[in-house]
Design a protein around this ligand. Structure first.
Ligand code: COA
Length: 166
């Protein structure tokens, strides 16, 4: 059962993304490198993040999920994308693809508000679970999601295939 992650912070507005947000949202791409495994190419991560975020700017009717931005009087300070995703058991879950808050806006409740918007969207789809993935080394995100009531469900393991551990 999803519990509400409700909070509203004065001065932060959550709304669907618009084309004019493109530059501000793409600027947040580097935030998605946080906690990525050291054996991954950071530049490739930024490029992938830029492509995911650019994809979120396609017209609403053309994309299945939803994308929300957090805006203050100073501009866009955060973004979240949410979609549906079929779990291997056949259940359809809601899935948060990207969540990023600008460095100058962290710890102000913006992430919590963006996740509340994703949750509201998820509830409207009639799904029972809201899921996501994050880097094992992303301690900030893991603490954040734990504070919002998320429980860890799966762990992906990687072994680097080089001479040292053949
Ligand atoms: C993770 C992230 C989205 C959190 O956004 P935020 O706006 O700072 O989060 P909030 O202010 O809403 O925090 C909500 C709660 O999460 C927890 N939390 C957030 N950041 C934390 C941190 N650095 N350490 C410990 N707990 C933290 C706290 O319990 C916090 O409540 P509190 O401030 O009342 O104590 C933000 O740090 C971010 O953009 N990180 C880089 C991108 C990323 O990792 N995205 C998620 C993985 S895909």
């Amino acid at each position: 059962m999803l519990r509400a992650m409700n909070v509203e912070h004065p001065g932060v507005r959550i709304r669907p993304i618009r084309e004019e947000d493109r530059h501000a949202v793409l600027t947040l791409a580097h935030r998605l490198t946080e906690g990525v495994a050291e054996w991954r190419d950071p530049e490739a991560v930024v490029e992938a993040a830029r492509q995911w975020l650019a994809g979120s700017l396609t017209p609403e009717g053309d994309r299945p999920g939803a994308v929300f931005v957090a805006e203050t009087d100073d501009g866009v300070v955060g973004v979240v994308s949410v979609n549906t995703h079929q779990h291997f058991t056949g259940t359809v879950d809601a899935y948060v693809g990207e969540l990023a808050v600008a460095p100058h806006a962290v710890r102000g409740g913006v992430g919590r508000q963006l996740m509340a918007a994703a949750e509201t969207w998820a509830r409207r789809q009639g799904v029972r679970h809201l899921t996501l993935e994050t880097g094992a080394a992303n301690t900030t995100a893991r603490r954040f999601y734990a504070a919002l009531g998320f429980r860890e469900e799966a762990i992906r393991l990687t072994r680097t295939l080089d001479e040292g551990n053949a």
